[in-house]
Design a protein around this ligand. Sequence first.
Ligand SMILES: Cc1cc2nc3c(=O)[nH]c(=O)nc-3n(C[C@H](O)[C@H](O)[C@H](O)COP(=O)(O)OP(=O)(O)OC[C@H]3O[C@@H](n4cnc5c(N)ncnc54)[C@H](O)[C@@H]3O)c2cc1C
Length: 512
Amino acid sequence: MSERIQFSIPYDVAVESYVKENYPKVRDYRIRSESLDARKANQGRVPTVHYTLEVVYGQDEFPSTKEDFKTIGPLKTPPIIIGAGPAGLFCALRFAEYGVPTMIFERGTRAHERMKHISKYWRKGELDPDNNVCFGEGGAGLFSDGKLITRVKSPYVQYVMDKFVDFGAPAETAWLSNPHLGSNKIRQLIGKITGYLTDKGHTFHYNSRIEKIIVKENKAIGVELSDGQKFYSDHIILAAGHSASELYQHLKEINVDMKPKDFAVGVRVEHPRELIDRIQYGDYSEEGLGASRYRLSWENPKTFKGTYSFCMCPGGYVLSSGTDDFGIVVNGMSNYARNSRWSNSALVVSVKAGKDFQVDDVLGGLGFQNAIEKKAYEYSKEKASGREVPVQNLKDFLDNSLSGKLPKTSCPSGIFEQDLRQVLPPFISEHLSNALEMFNRRMKGFVTDKALLLAPETRTSAPVTITRDRETLVSTNIAGLYPCGEGAGHAGGITSAAVDGIKVAMSILQSR
Ligand SMILES: Cc1cc2nc3c(=O)[nH]c(=O)nc-3n(C[C@H](O)[C@H](O)[C@H](O)COP(=O)(O)OP(=O)(O)OC[C@H]3O[C@@H](n4cnc5c(N)ncnc54)[C@H](O)[C@@H]3O)c2cc1C
């Protein structure tokens, strides 16, 4: 028998000594959740850490937390998974628990190879359409900051965390309220996951871009690669992420049910890390609390449009993360230690389907994103070499001016000064300006000439939902096709994409 206890203690008190002193009968404990509360630290309130512990007394032992899986063995045809991102990989991992091998098709290459291509893009502007920040083994998740926090409520969330720990993530990943792996750690894990799956009989096809879904009498029966090879299966899991624009075009051509989806567009804002830490932690900024985070949002009372921070990367880097050689897109990441000199976050404005972009074409949202990305690229080509990212001093953006004062940046692609109002649609710039003024009231010092805006942040989520049945998760009009993960509009972020992959695997397993 075990039981749970909860308490909050000052940040500089060790949990072990606190338990010893206050719960002397506890023989052993394991941490179930841990979260830092540094609210009002900038007003002198002592930061605290909230714990939930599972404890045992006397001779009692902890109950096992591992699920039991019954081996089913191979299905009639191995499921085909398109995309080796978190959704595709966790789908395969779940099948592996039941002894069901799959075939995984990934347009890009192995992680270590992929890194060389990404470097080439950042340093020389040579983009590989199949190996970049979004494409290649591990998906967009591989290269990301590795924040595993999710709003999704599912029992599979803990499974995902535990799996990451099994494959070598730090133990605290299983219990922190805000687990973060960092690009350096998550990259190592992905190789271990794919190695494990290969040992379990799953087949990986790298450098294998799926061009077509083969459909016969409204049923998906296979896939066709760009080199013409065909593979067949009763189950096609489409987990290609939110940047697979050619696949979206193909789905439209073969009339797969999709509907336009809202998303958000804006900029990355980058501050010196030390400045954000001081704003957030006040006198505690030197106390080793870790690079500080913030979350900001504001709804314009006239337009009811939201502007919010998103994917904040304390101690991180801003990246050029495009997938097309005619466009520029930015995103953010950090390493496990979160120790760069900068902290960045997306600041994005919600973009509504049918209001902010036309929906007579189901891919209207994709066109809206691409047009902004293209503009950024064209300015970059005109004013620099085409790989540099357009930026503006935050103060200049608000003053509608260009002062030539550009703070140092973490962005490895280089930057050039640009009036970002010429890159972004006017309604985005206007909402951003208003929101920045409001954010500065909440975080005094947020608006400063030490901060830089980098643009555009366009790929916040998929521009469509590939509709599916709520129960079976099968496409609403093509049997055998399972839209999955972020690209299908059913997840947003690493953990929720992984959870969706598991859900799809379970649905297929339960339907046999
Ligand atoms: C720089 C960056 C930082 C991020 N930071 C975070 C973070 O900190 N926390 C977080 O939760 N989320 C973060 N994200 C988002 C997160 O990475 C995604 O939400 C997540 O990876 C989505 O998972 P997915 O498996 O659905 O799709 P993806 O990860 O996009 O994977 C799709 C896979 O499909 C492959 N593919 C595409 N088209 C084809 C095709 N035609 N044939 C074969 N294969 C194909 C791609 O190469 C890719 O490997 C970040 C994203 C980026 C780009």
